[in-house]
Design a protein around this ligand. Sequence first.
Ligand code: AMP
Length: 187
Amino acid sequence: MNIILFGPPGAGKGTQSKYLVNKLNAFQISTGDLLREEIQKETDVGKTIINDMNDGKFISDEIVNKLIEKFVYDPEKKNKLIFDGYPRSLSQAKNLEVLLKNSNQNIDLILFLNVKKEIILKRLEKRKILENRSDDDSDTIIRRYETYMETTQPVLDFYSENSNFKQIDGSLEIDEITRKIDTFINV
Ligand code: AMP
Protein backbone atom coordinates (compact mmCIF):
# COMPACT_ATOMS: atom_id res chain seq x y z
CA MET A 1 0.00 0.00 0.00
CA ASN A 2 1.02 3.60 -0.56
CA ILE A 3 -0.32 5.86 2.17
CA ILE A 4 -0.35 9.63 2.65
CA LEU A 5 -0.51 10.93 6.21
CA PHE A 6 -1.87 14.35 6.21
CA GLY A 7 -2.45 16.88 8.98
CA PRO A 8 -0.98 19.92 10.74
CA PRO A 9 2.43 19.80 12.44
CA GLY A 10 1.95 18.01 15.75
CA ALA A 11 -1.02 15.95 14.54
CA GLY A 12 0.86 12.70 15.12
CA LYS A 13 1.83 11.94 11.51
CA GLY A 14 5.35 10.88 12.51
CA THR A 15 4.14 8.55 15.26
CA GLN A 16 1.54 6.87 13.06
CA SER A 17 3.97 6.67 10.12
CA LYS A 18 6.37 4.68 12.28
CA TYR A 19 3.54 2.36 13.27
CA LEU A 20 2.63 1.83 9.60
CA VAL A 21 6.25 1.28 8.59
CA ASN A 22 6.50 -1.61 11.09
CA LYS A 23 3.09 -3.03 10.39
CA LEU A 24 3.36 -2.97 6.59
CA ASN A 25 7.11 -3.41 6.31
CA ALA A 26 7.06 -0.13 4.45
CA PHE A 27 9.25 2.99 4.08
CA GLN A 28 8.56 6.38 5.62
CA ILE A 29 9.17 9.44 3.50
CA SER A 30 9.23 12.38 5.87
CA THR A 31 10.11 15.53 3.95
CA GLY A 32 10.77 17.29 7.27
CA ASP A 33 13.39 14.63 8.15
CA LEU A 34 14.89 14.74 4.64
CA LEU A 35 15.21 18.52 4.82
CA ARG A 36 16.74 18.38 8.32
CA GLU A 37 19.22 15.81 7.01
CA GLU A 38 20.26 18.18 4.21
CA ILE A 39 20.95 20.85 6.84
CA GLN A 40 22.86 18.46 9.07
CA LYS A 41 25.04 17.28 6.16
CA GLU A 42 25.59 20.92 5.14
CA THR A 43 24.69 20.21 1.50
CA ASP A 44 23.97 23.02 -0.98
CA VAL A 45 20.26 22.44 -0.45
CA GLY A 46 20.81 22.48 3.32
CA LYS A 47 22.56 25.84 3.14
CA THR A 48 19.74 27.29 1.02
CA ILE A 49 16.94 26.19 3.33
CA ILE A 50 18.39 26.54 6.82
CA ASN A 51 16.95 29.97 7.59
CA ASP A 52 13.50 29.22 6.22
CA MET A 53 13.38 25.92 8.09
CA ASN A 54 14.32 27.58 11.37
CA ASP A 55 11.63 30.21 10.75
CA GLY A 56 8.99 27.53 10.11
CA LYS A 57 8.56 28.69 6.51
CA PHE A 58 7.47 26.55 3.63
CA ILE A 59 10.34 25.14 1.55
CA SER A 60 9.98 25.52 -2.22
CA ASP A 61 8.06 22.85 -4.10
CA GLU A 62 11.01 22.46 -6.44
CA ILE A 63 13.40 21.42 -3.66
CA VAL A 64 10.94 19.13 -1.90
CA ASN A 65 9.72 17.49 -5.11
CA LYS A 66 13.28 16.70 -6.09
CA LEU A 67 14.03 15.16 -2.68
CA ILE A 68 11.22 12.60 -2.81
CA GLU A 69 11.65 11.53 -6.42
CA LYS A 70 14.29 8.87 -5.84
CA PHE A 71 12.17 7.19 -3.15
CA VAL A 72 9.10 6.97 -5.35
CA TYR A 73 11.14 5.53 -8.23
CA ASP A 74 13.05 3.06 -6.04
CA PRO A 75 11.79 -0.43 -7.08
CA GLU A 76 12.46 -1.79 -3.57
CA LYS A 77 10.09 0.73 -2.08
CA LYS A 78 7.41 0.41 -4.73
CA ASN A 79 3.91 0.24 -3.21
CA LYS A 80 5.42 0.45 0.28
CA LEU A 81 5.54 4.21 0.67
CA ILE A 82 4.30 6.09 3.72
CA PHE A 83 4.30 9.82 3.00
CA ASP A 84 4.65 11.91 6.14
CA GLY A 85 4.41 15.65 5.58
CA TYR A 86 4.21 15.42 1.79
CA PRO A 87 2.40 16.62 -0.25
CA ARG A 88 1.77 19.93 1.47
CA SER A 89 0.80 22.08 -1.50
CA LEU A 90 -1.34 21.55 -4.56
CA SER A 91 1.72 21.62 -6.77
CA GLN A 92 3.32 18.85 -4.66
CA ALA A 93 0.12 16.78 -4.81
CA LYS A 94 0.07 17.07 -8.59
CA ASN A 95 3.78 16.24 -8.80
CA LEU A 96 3.20 13.11 -6.72
CA GLU A 97 0.38 12.01 -9.04
CA VAL A 98 2.77 12.23 -12.00
CA LEU A 99 5.60 10.35 -10.25
CA LEU A 100 3.23 7.59 -9.14
CA LYS A 101 1.66 7.30 -12.56
CA ASN A 102 5.10 7.11 -14.21
CA SER A 103 6.05 4.27 -11.90
CA ASN A 104 2.72 2.46 -12.16
CA GLN A 105 1.61 3.13 -8.60
CA ASN A 106 -1.40 4.58 -6.82
CA ILE A 107 -2.27 6.13 -3.51
CA ASP A 108 -4.24 3.52 -1.62
CA LEU A 109 -5.09 5.54 1.46
CA ILE A 110 -5.09 9.23 2.37
CA LEU A 111 -5.34 9.68 6.11
CA PHE A 112 -6.19 13.11 7.40
CA LEU A 113 -5.39 13.56 11.09
CA ASN A 114 -7.59 16.47 11.97
CA VAL A 115 -6.63 18.40 15.12
CA LYS A 116 -7.77 21.80 16.40
CA LYS A 117 -5.30 24.68 16.64
CA GLU A 118 -5.35 24.91 20.48
CA ILE A 119 -4.43 21.23 20.86
CA ILE A 120 -1.67 21.49 18.24
CA LEU A 121 -0.12 24.51 19.91
CA LYS A 122 -0.10 22.71 23.28
CA ARG A 123 1.44 19.56 21.78
CA LEU A 124 4.15 21.47 19.94
CA GLU A 125 5.06 23.41 23.08
CA LYS A 126 5.55 20.05 24.81
CA ARG A 127 7.60 18.67 21.89
CA LYS A 128 9.78 21.76 22.02
CA ILE A 129 10.84 20.73 25.53
CA LEU A 130 11.21 17.02 24.73
CA GLU A 131 12.96 17.19 21.35
CA ASN A 132 14.60 20.61 21.46
CA ARG A 133 13.77 21.27 17.80
CA SER A 134 15.05 24.60 16.52
CA ASP A 135 11.75 25.27 14.69
CA ASP A 136 9.64 24.62 17.77
CA ASP A 137 9.96 28.01 19.49
CA SER A 138 6.62 29.63 20.26
CA ASP A 139 6.47 32.16 17.39
CA THR A 140 7.66 29.58 14.91
CA ILE A 141 5.10 27.07 16.13
CA ILE A 142 2.29 29.51 15.38
CA ARG A 143 3.84 30.41 12.01
CA ARG A 144 4.18 26.74 11.05
CA TYR A 145 0.55 26.13 11.91
CA GLU A 146 -0.59 29.16 9.91
CA THR A 147 1.61 28.24 6.93
CA TYR A 148 0.17 24.77 7.06
CA MET A 149 -3.39 26.09 7.04
CA GLU A 150 -2.71 28.42 4.11
CA THR A 151 -0.82 26.05 1.84
CA THR A 152 -2.45 22.78 2.74
CA GLN A 153 -6.13 23.60 2.53
CA PRO A 154 -6.11 23.29 -1.30
CA VAL A 155 -4.47 19.86 -0.92
CA LEU A 156 -7.22 18.83 1.46
CA ASP A 157 -9.84 19.98 -1.03
CA PHE A 158 -8.00 18.11 -3.78
CA TYR A 159 -7.93 14.80 -1.88
CA SER A 160 -11.26 14.98 -0.05
CA GLU A 161 -13.05 14.00 -3.29
CA ASN A 162 -10.97 10.81 -3.49
CA SER A 163 -12.68 7.59 -2.37
CA ASN A 164 -9.52 6.60 -0.44
CA PHE A 165 -9.68 9.75 1.71
CA LYS A 166 -10.31 9.02 5.42
CA GLN A 167 -10.51 11.51 8.22
CA ILE A 168 -9.51 10.66 11.79
CA ASP A 169 -9.87 12.78 14.91
CA GLY A 170 -6.20 13.44 15.65
CA SER A 171 -6.92 14.67 19.17
CA LEU A 172 -7.62 11.07 20.25
CA GLU A 173 -5.03 9.04 22.17
CA ILE A 174 -2.26 7.51 20.02
CA ASP A 175 -3.58 3.95 20.49
CA GLU A 176 -7.09 4.93 19.53
CA ILE A 177 -5.84 6.57 16.34
CA THR A 178 -3.79 3.47 15.55
CA ARG A 179 -6.87 1.26 16.04
CA LYS A 180 -8.85 3.42 13.63
CA ILE A 181 -6.04 3.28 11.07
CA ASP A 182 -6.04 -0.52 11.39
CA THR A 183 -9.66 -0.62 10.27
CA PHE A 184 -8.65 1.08 7.02
CA ILE A 185 -5.67 -1.06 6.14
CA ASN A 186 -7.20 -4.54 6.73
CA VAL A 187 -4.01 -6.54 7.18
P1 AMP B 1 7.80 18.60 9.69
O1 AMP B 1 8.93 17.81 10.25
O2 AMP B 1 6.93 17.79 8.74
O3 AMP B 1 6.98 19.29 10.74
O4 AMP B 1 8.44 19.76 8.78
C1 AMP B 1 9.32 20.70 9.34
C2 AMP B 1 9.52 21.85 8.36
O5 AMP B 1 10.06 21.34 7.14
C3 AMP B 1 8.26 22.60 7.94
O6 AMP B 1 7.91 23.60 8.85
C4 AMP B 1 8.72 23.18 6.60
O7 AMP B 1 9.60 24.26 6.83
C5 AMP B 1 9.55 22.05 6.03
N1 AMP B 1 8.77 21.08 5.22
C6 AMP B 1 8.55 19.77 5.52
N2 AMP B 1 7.84 19.17 4.56
C7 AMP B 1 7.60 20.11 3.61
C8 AMP B 1 6.90 20.10 2.37
N3 AMP B 1 6.29 18.99 1.93
N4 AMP B 1 6.88 21.25 1.66
C9 AMP B 1 7.49 22.37 2.10
N5 AMP B 1 8.14 22.46 3.27
C10 AMP B 1 8.21 21.34 4.03
